[in-house]
Design a protein. Structure first.
Length: 521
């Protein structure tokens, strides 16, 4: 009954804001226009379509707001007036009452507001679907006053999200049972992933730990700033961090007037993304423009500022290596290797013919190489990819849903900053270097370091173990000697094989490095 009532509420909002009219207006067929006229009789739909869509998504709740945030980054897929309105969902969702924020803080810390902060600005500076942010001043353990940003969770969010997720789980079951593509699309697993990261976003302690991890990972890269977390002031529904100042990434003209190198900024964004994904396997998965600023401070001029770490993605070593091989093969236009990787990973049935899948992938990708973002129709690419995946029964990978969402954000951001950015040539050197690091001596050395504690524990025990064996009766000692001699022969052969393999490995690495350098020069 709860799901049924929520469904009725969604239908009512769609009808009240005329979203059905928005859908029908995109069709040019005469009978569609007549249907639109009939359906809109008696309804006043005088507001602009973008405003109606934005207000409907705000009323429907956080899940729908997040959907609107993703669409807002795709001005190539949305009409400009709609994309501009949806951009307001990034950090200008109507705020909740500031007194509720104060009550939440006082309840979390069990003390009055003036005993928690030196000062607190009741007017929020940003408001999104899950929380809103206030500026404040704190006094740290050393007695030093620090400028801070206080993030406060919206009240009642869990109940709202649970209702929508219950409806999505039900619809996913229907799709899986009734659709011919149900098994391939894995709707229940995709919704389960969505469920996990939305509930994670409701725990601000988890978000604070995500921020701390990203801050450690990004140290030394000198391309992005992550705010420091003030742990003494963090609770499940309140998070306090370093206040960051910068210009929103969406204000491109203002950044250009300030002297920021916009094309470099676009390239840096690609580098940050690929570093987080392939080097760290831990990436910011909510990179819409509302969460990104650019520093204009002299010491950090032109660097990204990342905010809002409620949603992060993680990748296993297997996922990282598989994806890197796929990307590298794509950038080299080795479509046969891409097809082989899909079959090896089980993404397509093992009976799939490599040559047929190779030809289909080539037909999708080849027209878009060596072209800037401004000349690429993502809508056409997605449509052709969907047709290909359906033809070859490509299975959706739920664990990569966040990565796919983030790729849409990154590509949309790059298009906004520098439409002439060549995404392929920007990413290719990074991936080839990463693959070389994975194959080269550095990886062997890292694995030896990882195993060192185990070896350190075993080696001191060897004399005692040998002494115990030698104290056995002579018959057993003779048997032990024979075993030792046999083991020595095997060890000698193994050492010879390792030395030979090591020499071959070093030669292969040297040759590979020469090939890569020659290619770049």
């Amino acid at each position: 009954m709860t799901r049924f009532l929520r469904g009725l509420a969604i239908v009512w909002v769609v009808f009240r804001y005329g979203l059905d009219e928005l859908v029908l207006s995109s069709f040019e067929h005469p009978w569609m226009r007549r249907a639109r006229t009939i359906l809109t009789l008696g309804r006043r739909l005088d507001k602009p379509r973008g405003q109606r869509l934005r207000e409907a998504l705000e009323e429907l709740g956080p899940i729908f707001v997040k959907f609107g945030q993703v669409l807002s980054t795709r001005s190539d897929l949305m009409p400009p007036d709609v994309a501009e309105e949806l951009a307001r969902l990034q950090d200008r969702v109507p705020p909740f009452d500031s007194q509720i924020a104060v009550d939440t803080i006082e309840k979390a810390f069990r003390k009055p507001l003036d005993q928690v902060f030196v000062s607190f600005e009741r007017e929020p500076v940003a408001s999104a679907s899950i929380a809103q942010v206030h500026f404040a001043v704190i006094r740290d353990r050393d007695g030093v006053e620090r400028n801070a940003a206080v993030k406060v969770l919206r009240p009642g969010m869990k109940a709202v999200i649970d209702k929508d997720l219950a409806l999505m789980h039900m619809m996913a079951r229907w799709v899986e049972r009734l659709s011919a593509d149900g098994k391939r699309l894995k709707p229940r697993q995709v919704v389960a992933e969505f469920d996990n990261y939305l509930h994670d976003e409701l725990d601000l302690i988890r978000e604070a730990s995500n921020a701390a991890q990203l801050r450690r990972n990004m140290e030394g890269l000198d391309l992005v700033l992550i705010p420091e977390v003030f742990w003494d002031f963090c609770r499940t529904d309140v998070m306090v961090m370093q206040r960051m100042t910068g210009v929103p990434i969406s204000q491109v003209e203002r950044l250009r007037e300030a002297g920021v190198d916009i094309p470099k900024l676009a390239r840096d964004g690609v580098t940050i993304f690929f570093t987080q994904v392939f080097r760290d396997g831990f990436f910011h998965a909510d990179m819409h423009p509302g969460n990104i600023m650019v520093s204009l401070e002299p010491e950090t001029f032109g660097r990204y500022i990342s905010l809002d770490f409620g949603i992060v993605g993680t990748l296993t070593e297997y996922d990282k290596e598989y994806l890197a091989q796929n990307f590298t093969a794509f950038f080299r236009r080795d479509y046969k290797r891409v097809a082989e990787l899909h079959i090896e990973s089980g993404w397509v049935p093992p009976s799939t013919r490599v040559d047929e899948l190779e030809a289909a992938i080539r037909a999708v990708c080849e027209p878009y190489f060596d072209r800037p973002l401004a000349e690429i129709s993502l809508g056409m690419v997605l449509m052709r990819l969907f047709q290909t995946s359906r033809r070859f029964h490509v299975e959706i990978q739920p664990q990569l849903v966040l990565l796919q969402k983030t790729l849409l954000n990154i590509e949309g951001l790059g298009r906004q900053l520098d439409p002439h950015l060549d995404l392929w040539s920007t990413a290719k050197p990074f991936l080839e270097k990463w693959m070389l690091d994975q194959m080269g001596p550095q990886r062997l050395w890292r694995e030896l370091q990882a195993e060192a504690p185990r070896y350190a524990k075993l080696i001191p025990e060897l004399p005692r173990l040998i002494h115990q064996r030698l104290k056995r009766p002579s018959g057993e000692q003779d048997e032990l000697l024979r075993e030792l001699l046999q083991q020595q022969k095997l060890t000698n052969r193994l050492l010879q094989a390792i030395v030979s393999a090591g020499i071959g490995f070093v030669i292969a690495v040297v040759v590979l490095q020469l090939v890569v350098r020659l290619r770049f020069y």
